[in-house]
Design a protein around this ligand. Sequence first.
Ligand SMILES: Cc1ncc(COP(=O)(O)O)c(C=O)c1O
Length: 448
Amino acid sequence: MINPAELDVLRAALEKLETGFAGLPRFTPEFDVDAVADVLQQVAIRMQDNYPYFHPLYAGQMLKPPHPVARIAYALSLWINPNNHALDGGRASSAMEKECIVEIGNMFGWEAPLGHLTGGGTMANLEALWISGRLRPGRRIVASEQAHYTHERICDVLGIPFTAVRCTPEGHMDLSHLDELLNRGDIGTVVATIGTTGFGDVEPLPDILERARASGIRVHADAAYGGYFTLANELDDKARAVFDQMRDVDSIVIDPHKHGLQPYGCGCVLFRDPTDGRFYKHDSPFTYFSSDELHLGEISLECSRPGASAVALWATHQLLPPLRGGAFSEDLDRCLRAARDFRSRLDASASFCPLMQPDLDIVVYAVDAADTATASARAKQLFRFAAEDKLHLALIELPAEMLRSYAPGIRVNSDTVTCLRSVLMKPEHQDWLDPIMTILEQGVRRLT
Ligand SMILES: Cc1ncc(COP(=O)(O)O)c(C=O)c1O
């Protein structure tokens, strides 16, 4: 878990940072080292109560360890603790954030997007839908049933009417229902999820854009989970076509704290049209005096924001530029391969019924049983047995009807069915599929 070199690198960087302030009169903040050490021992004990997110045998939720370069840069910046609200509070880190925004925009073919980092995907989507509401006042926002629940909640917060677009029994956005909704004539924005939370499904952006453009409707891409996969080489043709059209949407959300190797607290919202920034316009009696250059608070709903997030992301971009064909994108391809391989192995096993073919790196699988109620009970049992053997999975509750297409042998006798779900976000997952399958099969033998 701990590579001692990390702490050496941090110390050396801190010493370098300090030389920049050598002209100041000497001042060393005092603290009670023994008392702090004692508290930190307690913290370490409390933090043992966690799943081992950093280990490849954690194959459950969307949790990816930050890269050491991000972790060290984040920690280093805390000795300054910059605030990216205004240049008054974080000059260097604001400049780093602006560079990162351009680099993330470039991933989608945008040269000079308006954008900034946020606390996460929820805040980023809130800002995107807020701008949508301002540009299409009174108009409805629609997103598929498999979109993140945040869209409906955000619309509630913003007072914007919301409707869910039905999904097909296979779990994809139902375009015929989208057409029905569009025909009603009150839609202002369609949300396309590029990597749904449950399945990693890449929604059919070319079809959505074609329909929306014909009627002046905005398209927002919630690529909080899947956005970085635009850099991957091994996407299938359908997903590649979607990512290639992301340049045509109006706004994009992407979470560096998901596949971008960042600590939590790092989402990002981008707008294709920089003039959307006019809606953020406000005065601040307290800040914005130190420079005529853009203060990021002028284009962000949050006031104080951690400069540390920008520093960590900038450092990561130096080491692993977000470009196609580099080490970063190769790791994404390894995740794609891990998911495809894992799904094939589950398919070959008599004990599992995998659902949707993964577009990205998420695999959902039912445990074979005579009916959906028993399949649910077995999935929950297997979740526990696997954890006893140190393999950590996630569960997902789905409409039981979904199994009619993916597992017709399982009789539907309940409204919903519980399935297992594995997000294979670590490139190393590819090398751990043998032990993962062994533990799963061992668990199956214990099922009642
Ligand atoms: C597609 C999608 N959108 C939005 C979110 C919310 O992002 P956050 O948890 O960073 O607020 C998630 C989180 O899983 C997501 O998968």
